[in-house]
Design a binder for this molecule. Structure first.
Ligand code: ATR
Length: 263
C-alpha cells in the first residue's frame, strides 16, 4: 500500500486527508493519506523517506513551505520562483518539490468566471500562501498588485521576490477591483480586520483564503456593502486535485460531494 502524508505544525485541522482519501477510494487506489505534525528538525528525515520509497508523496503546509526547500533535490519552476513547496514526489529518482497552490488559485478564479485581466488587486497579508497568489495573478495578466501587511519587513521580503509589487500602508488603501484576505484574521469567528474601505465603491470582488469558517467577517461585511465574495474552498480543492494528479496520474473529479466534504 502506498503512503501519502500532509505535514505541518499545527496539523490537526487539516482537511487534506479527508479529500485525498475520498479520491483514493473513488479511484480504487491502494493507498492511504495521513497527517503528521512535525518539527523543523525532522524535515530532512522526512525527505529521505520519500527518497527511499517509504513515503510516496507529501503535502507541505504552514509553516514549512519554504523551510523544506534545502532538503529537496529538484524544484519545479513554480516552486523555485515562489520559494514555496506544497507537493513533494519522486521524479526520476529525485525528490522534487512543486507548488500546486498557484494553479489552485488560478482555477478557483476561473471557476467563478471573474475576468481578472488588467485589474488592480489588493492583497492583505504576507503569509505562506501569498507568493503563490502573486505568481498566479501575474500569470493571469493583472494590471497591478498592491500589498499591505502588519509587519512591513515581510512585505519587503516579498518585493525582493516580485519586483513589481506595490507596497502600501494601512492608511493608503486605494481603489481596487479585487481584495484578497491572506491573513489568518478570520479563522476565529469574531476576528475582524481593521480596514478602512470608505473610499471604495461597491461591486468589487472580496476573496478570502480562509474557508473555515465559511464566511469570515471580511466576507460578511463585504456582502453587506454590495460586493461579490468568494472563500478559499475552491482553491483548496483545486490544489489538492493537482497534487493527486501528480501522484496518481488521475485527474480526480470535483463535484458537489467533494465540496460538501469540507463543510
Ligand atoms: P505564516 O506567516 O507563518 O506564513 P500565515 O498564517 O500564512 O502564517 O500568515 C499570517 C498572516 O496574517 C501574516 O501576514 C500576518 O501578519 P504579520 O506578517 O504581521 O504577522 C497576518 N496577521 C495575523 N494576525 C494579524 C492581525 N491581527 N492583524 C493583521 N494581520 C495579521
Amino acid at each position: 500500500m502506498k503512503k501519502y502524508l500532509v505535514i505541518g505544525n499545527p496539523i490537526q485541522h487539516s482537511l487534506s486527508p479527508l479529500i485525498h482519501n475520498y479520491w483514493i477510494k473513488k479511484n480504487n487506489i491502494n493507498a492511504i493519506y495521513e497527517k503528521e505534525k512535525l518539527e523543523k528538525a525532522s524535515l530532512k528525515n522526512l525527505v529521505s523517506k520519500v527518497k527511499d520509497g517509504k513515503i510516496h508523496g507529501v503535502n507541505v503546509t504552514i509553516p514549512f513551505k519554504k523551510d523544506i526547500i534545502p532538503y529537496l533535490e529538484e524544484l519545479t519552476l513554480e516552486s523555485e520562483q515562489t520559494q514555496s513547496v506544497n507537493t513533494i514526489y519522486l521524479n526520476d529518482n529525485k525528490v522534487t518539490g512543486h507548488n500546486t497552490d498557484i494553479d489552485g488559485f488560478r482555477l478557483a478564479i476561473q471557476d467563478i468566471k471573474f475576468d481578472i485581466s488588467k485589474k488592480h488587486i489588493l492583497i492583505v497579508g504576507a503569509g505562506g500562501v501569498v507568493p503563490s497568489i502573486i505568481y498566479a495573478l501575474m500569470k493571469m495578466n493583472v494590471n497591478k498588485i498592491s500589498l499591505i501587511n502588519r509587519t512591513k519587513k515581510k512585505a519587503e521580503d516579498l518585493k525582493k521576490l516580485f519586483k513589481d509589487l506595490n507596497l502600501i500602508n494601512w492608511d493608503e488603501i486605494q481603489n481596487f477591483d479585487m481584495i484578497i484576505n491572506a491573513t489568518s484574521v478570520g479563522l476565529k469567528i469574531n476576528d475582524e480586520l481593521n480596514l478602512d474601505l470608505s473610499k471604495i465603491e461597491n461591486n468589487k470582488l472580496f476573496y478570502d483564503v480562509i474557508y473555515n469558517p465559511r464566511e469570515t467577517n471580511f466576507l460578511k461585511n463585504a456582502k453587506t456593502l454590495g460586493n461579490k465574495t468568494e472563500n478559499g474552498k475552491k482553491m483548496f480543492i483545486h490544489q489538492a486535485a493537482q497534487s493527486f494528479k501528480i501522484w496518481h496520474g488521475i485527474q480526480p473529479e470535483i463535484n458537489e460531494e467533494v465540496e460538501r466534504l469540507l463543510d
